[in-house]
Design a protein around this ligand. Structure first.
Ligand SMILES: Cc1ncc(COP(=O)(O)O)c(C=O)c1O
Length: 356
């Protein structure tokens, strides 16, 4: 079997999750009668320190529901220029919420109030006002980077001072909390709403949560129905989600250590550009342009060596993500496979023209 570093979404449910799914107590969730979903929503809200929670099938749906809750049609949503909501969600911000995305580039993906404030727009006869600031924590395509608490607080305090809400795409907020060694509720506190995924590093087969004020989540429940995301005896999925939430966060540090190890090994190989000391969580993004290959070619040539990686934001970058289905040994083997690829590619790869 291949060593699959494409994403932490590839994890398979643990035996405990499968057992809990088989035994889950269920009811019709659209009537609010699924006890397992109700427990998951309560626990998610409690752990994140918010009033209420909503179980959604995907992170994409959780994000777009949050954007819809906070904004009106014709407003702008400010986010970092490689944000998941901008690049990887089929323009749902425009399609469902009717808003324009205003991106701000920061090399490490971590916005600051100073960077953000020039992108904000206020009501005028000419400009669409900013309806929402969206921050991604950890920032996926910037390499799993984490918002320092003071930066997060400064953004949220200033945004609120201007009457602008903040939504956190916390798909990997538990990885961020692990890196900072802080309770996840501290990271969630400054933001109005937080979406996080049960199905990534936490290992559940399906599902994400949106948490926030009770009134906002009630509206979110209706948007979920409109999007076709309201489900019936969905306690079978929530049961796995509860285990992901309660039992999996404590082991994320292992994935982070593996990612740092992998980055260290890759950094030894000539042709790859990366900074292992900047790896904070479970994502390693590295520049392959000096090999003469673009990311698609690099990934295709790596596959026969039994290692899967994925594309990042530009054709120069490749992404590797560690998770609980890959070990330290797998990471060592993956780095060896990359070394072999580079040795075989030799001069011919370097002669290949890079696509811009
Ligand atoms: C940062 C971030 N936000 C949101 C999502 C969307 O999650 P889903 O694939 O469940 O829609 C992802 C998925 O990879 C992500 O990395």
């Amino acid at each position: 079997m291949s060593i699959d570093l494409r994403s932490d979404t590839v994890t398979r449910p643990t035996p405990a999750m499968r057992r809990a799914m088989a035994e889950a107590e269920v009811g019709d969730d659209i009537y609010g009668e699924d006890p397992t979903v109700n427990r998951l929503e309560e626990r998610a809200a409690e752990i994140l320190g918010k009033e209420a929670g909503l179980f959604v099938p995907t992170g994409t749906m959780g994000n777009v529901i949050a954007i819809k809750i906070h904004t009106e049609h014709g407003q702008e949503v400010v986010c970092e220029s490689r944000a998941h909501i901008l690049d990887w969600e089929l323009s749902m911000t425009a399609w469902f919420a009717g808003c324009l995305v205003r991106p701000v580039y920061v090399e490490d993906g971590i916005l600051t109030w100073t960077k953000l404030r020039d992108a904000l727009r206020f009501p005028s006869p000419h400009c669409a006002p900013t309806g929402l600031i969206e921050i991604e924590n950890t920032h996926n395509m910037a390499g799993g980077t984490v918002y320092p608490m003071d930066v997060l607080q400064e953004i949220c305090e200033n945004a609120h001072g201007h009457g602008i809400p903040v939504h956190m795409d916390g798909a990997r907020i538990f990885n961020a909390a692990c890196h900072l060694n802080r309770p996840v509720r501290e990271l969630a506190a400054p933001a109005d709403t937080v979406m996080f995924c049960l199905s990534k590093g936490l290992g559940a087969p399906v599902g994400s949560m949106l948490v926030g004020p009770a009134k906002a989540i009630e509206r979110g429940r209706l948007y979920r129905k409109r999007l076709g995301g309201a489900m019936r005896q969905v306690g079978v999925l929530a049961a796995a989600g509860l285990i992901a939430l309660e039992e999996m966060p404590h082991r994320l540090g292992e994935d982070h250590a593996n990612a740092r190890f992998l980055a260290g090994e890759l950094a030894k190989l000539s042709g790859l550009k990366l900074h292992p000391e900047r790896v904070q969580t479970n994502i390693v993004v590295f520049d392959v342009s000096a090999t003469g290959l673009n990311s698609t070619e690099f990934i295709a040539r790596l596959k026969p060596h039994g290692v899967l990686m994925s594309e990042a934001s530009t054709p120069r970058e490749v992404r590797a993500v560690t998770h609980f289905d890959v070990s330290r040994g797998d990471c060592a083997q993956a780095a060896e496979a990359v070394a072999e690829l580079l040795a075989n590619a030799g001069g011919s790869a370097c002669a290949t023209q890079l696509r811009s």
